[in-house]
Design a protein around this ligand. Structure first.
Ligand SMILES: C[S@@+](CC[C@H](N)C(=O)[O-])C[C@H]1O[C@@H](n2cnc3c(N)ncnc32)[C@H](O)[C@@H]1O
Length: 201
């Protein structure tokens, strides 16, 4: 297992600092895509008591999420919902914000594009999408460790790989979003926050 795959507790607090800036009093639900072990839900939800954190992932990961949630007993977490980008529609539940961590380099680029398109169709004006993970800039890795992580990812699945910030940004723009901010994070990661613009497509 590559170190970038290990749930990175070092990034939890910095991600929360961003969520604090993004989540407003009017926001009621955050939909998380690819919750994995539910580590973000369990860390963030108690600190954001005004919102419900909705977990989702492929069914094969639900056992581990359920076990973690049963142990944590946090009232404002829902799910896990079955949601596989490229296969499932969004669950029929309301949500104001979308959070996803360490998924863009796992999913195929085709699925990343499907997700961005569907987010554009689903989210109302002003809703925000928070994407955490490693990204390349100007055709370059931002660190040696990200370069070797990319090799490791592609050996595991040739469709995985660290995405270019510019490709993600361009696709989000194409689907009706604007970049609110690109936050630098520890361990050569980024948090990209996009805002849904006026609904014209
Ligand atoms: C590296 S893990 C990240 C887990 C967690 N978000 C974290 O940051 O620790 C990638 C997650 O993406 C999920 N995933 C992979 N392909 C997906 C898809 N097509 N749709 C939704 N989730 C997907 C995996 O099941 C896994 O939980």
């Amino acid at each position: 297992m590559n170190k970038n795959e290990i749930p990175n507790d070092r990034n939890q607090a910095p991600i929360f600092e961003i969520l604090k800036e993004i989540v407003t009093d009017g926001d009621k639900n955050i939909f998380e895509i690819g919750s994995g072990s539910a580590q973000h839900a369990v860390f963030m939800a108690p600190k954001l008591p005004g919102i419900t954190w909705i977990t989702s992932d492929l069914t094969e990961n639900h056992k581990i999420i359920k076990a973690r949630l049963e142990e944590a007993k946090i009232p404002n977490i829902r799910g896990p919902f079955q949601f596989e980008v490229g296969k499932d529609d969004f669950p029929r539940i309301p949500f104001d914000l979308v959070f996803t961590a360490n998924t863009f380099h796992i999913m195929s680029w085709k699925n990343c594009k499907t997700l961005m398109k569907n987010l554009g169709n689903r989210l109302r004006e002003g809703s925000q999408v928070i994407i955490y993970g490693p990204f390349n800039y100007n055709g370059k890795f931002t660190s040696e460790s990200n370069a070797s992580f990319d090799v490791w990812l592609k050996e595991r699945n040739p469709e995985s790989g660290i995405r270019a910030f510019e490709d993600v940004n361009n696709n989000m723009i194409k689907n009706g979003f604007t970049l609110y901010k690109d936050f630098e994070m520890p361990a050569n990661n980024r948090t990209l926050v996009f805002t849904r613009l006026n609904f014209v497509k």
